[in-house]
Design a protein around this ligand. Structure first.
Ligand code: NI
Length: 169
């Protein structure tokens, strides 16, 4: 089922998600729906707050649904170490048409639970490291607008306001 993606400034995007404690069929159904929603929107990652579920769940697939082994489900994820810096363009399904360069760590190591509750650790570099940081930020109630420089943030806020007034946001 394709879920509705909420846009900034929906309050659910700006509050920390609750930890997941039950690994049941409802969770697995939500994860499946989140992948379906990501692919339908041509995204590479989605966090539960973006579909109005304030929980620490995110899905990532850098192949956009083309390679099954690229599907990553991160439940209650945490960044355990970071290394270096990267400065690349990012987008977000809750900010249609906004793309901006964001400073992120170049490499990150995360720990997370899978959809059965099993803990694992994983390393990411480049785009995957960026996806980990962007999606885990969502679970902490932080949207990428607040990772931009103050100047870029105000320019983008102005662009969003204009689209809201035009009815295109
Ligand atoms: Ni996002």
């Amino acid at each position: 089922m394709i879920l509705k993606i909420v846009k900034y400034p929906e309050p659910v995007l700006q509050q920390p998600g609750e930890p997941v404690t039950e690994f049941n069929d409802d969770l697995r159904k939500l994860v499946a729906d989140m992948f379906e929603t990501t692919y339908a929107s041509q995204g590479i990652g989605l966090a539960a707050p973006q579909v109005s579920v304030s929980k620490r769940i995110t899905v990532i697939d850098l192949s956009g649904g083309k390679e099954a082994e690229q599907r990553l489900v991160l439940i209650n994820p945490e960044i355990i170490s970071t290394e270096g810096k990267q400065y690349e363009e990012e987008g977000c399904l809750s900010f249609p048409e906004i793309r901006e360069k964001i400073v992120r760590a170049a490499k990150v190591r995360i720990r997370a639970q899978d959809e059965n509750g099993k803990w694992f650790e994983m390393d990411g570099e480049e785009l995957l490291a960026r996806a980990f940081q962007h999606e885990i930020d969502h679970l902490d109630g932080i949207v990428f607008l607040f990772r931009m420089s103050p100047l870029k943030r105000s320019l983008n806020l102005r662009k969003i306001r204009k689209m809201q007034n035009d009815g295109t946001w």
